[in-house]
Design a protein around this ligand. Structure first.
Ligand SMILES: Nc1nc2c(ncn2[C@@H]2O[C@H](COP(=O)(O)OP(=O)(O)OP(=O)(O)O)[C@@H](O)[C@H]2O)c(=O)[nH]1
Ligand SMILES: [Mg+2]
Length: 192
């Protein structure tokens, strides 16, 4: 297994960039980090228990058996940059970790689920109050309603310049396209 810190794929010419993958419970954050990472991802999954169904709503993700209890960590090298990906836990009870998680991050990819749009607001509020750049990627599930982009943007109350893409978090190419939307957005803001 290649180490995250010493790898021949990374040279001093690669700028290290920390990105956070956030979003509500069960939206596909761990799945996206796993799909993207070129190293064996670090996961902190714990089994969901019967007692947890009282607080963790499994609507739409009833095949889900585990949940992230601290972070996911993965790495992706792109031309000129090495992206360190930190997946956040989804439940609001883990918000205590948020400030540490976003420290030094250049941006956040917020995953959303059109079956549970309201669940995204807590995370979007956190990201906006942290004043951090972000893009939104809708993780599409087979029974996800399809909304026109303008309606989705309105429902999520996004600024006109915030990137909004649809992805399949399981598919590396699709997950990568979401991350590129975020990185391009950051680049434009930094250069403007
Ligand atoms: N059909 C479909 N299933 C998905 C997709 N992405 C994730 N899943 C499944 O949905 C469930 C949720 O995925 P996770 O990656 O654990 O979600 P998470 O956001 O990390 O969840 P927490 O860390 O518990 O908040 C898992 O059972 C995945 O296999 C997708 O794009 N399509
Ligand atoms: Mg997770």
């Amino acid at each position: 297994m290649a180490s995250a810190l010493s790898d021949s794929r990374i040279s001093t010419e690669h700028i290290p960039v920390k990105l956070v993958i956030a979003g509500p419970f069960g939206v596909g954050k761990t799945t996206l980090v796993d799909a993207l990472s070129e190293i064996k991802p670090l996961n902190t999954e714990e089994v969901l228990t019967q007692a947890g169904t009282l607080v963790d709503d499994l609507t739409g993700v009833n095949e889900k058996t585990t949940t992230t209890t601290a972070i996911d960590f993965g790495r992706l090298t792109m031309p000129g940059v090495v992206l360190y990906l930190f997946g956040a836990p989804g439940q609001t009870r883990f918000q205590v970790l948020w400030n540490e998680l976003v420290r030094g991050a250049l941006g956040v990819l917020v995953l959303a689920d059109t079956r549970r749009i309201d669940d995204s607001f807590a995370v979007l509020d956190l990201v906006e109050s942290a004043g951090i750049r972000y893009a939104v990627a809708v993780n599409h599930f087979p029974d996800s309603p399809d909304y026109p982009p303008d309606a989705l943007r309105k429902a999520l109350d996004l600024h006109a310049h915030t990137p909004l893409v649809v992805c399949d978090a399981r598919d590396p190419a699709s997950a990568r396209a979401s991350l590129i939307a975020l990185v391009e957005h950051i680049r434009e803001l930094v250069l403007s």
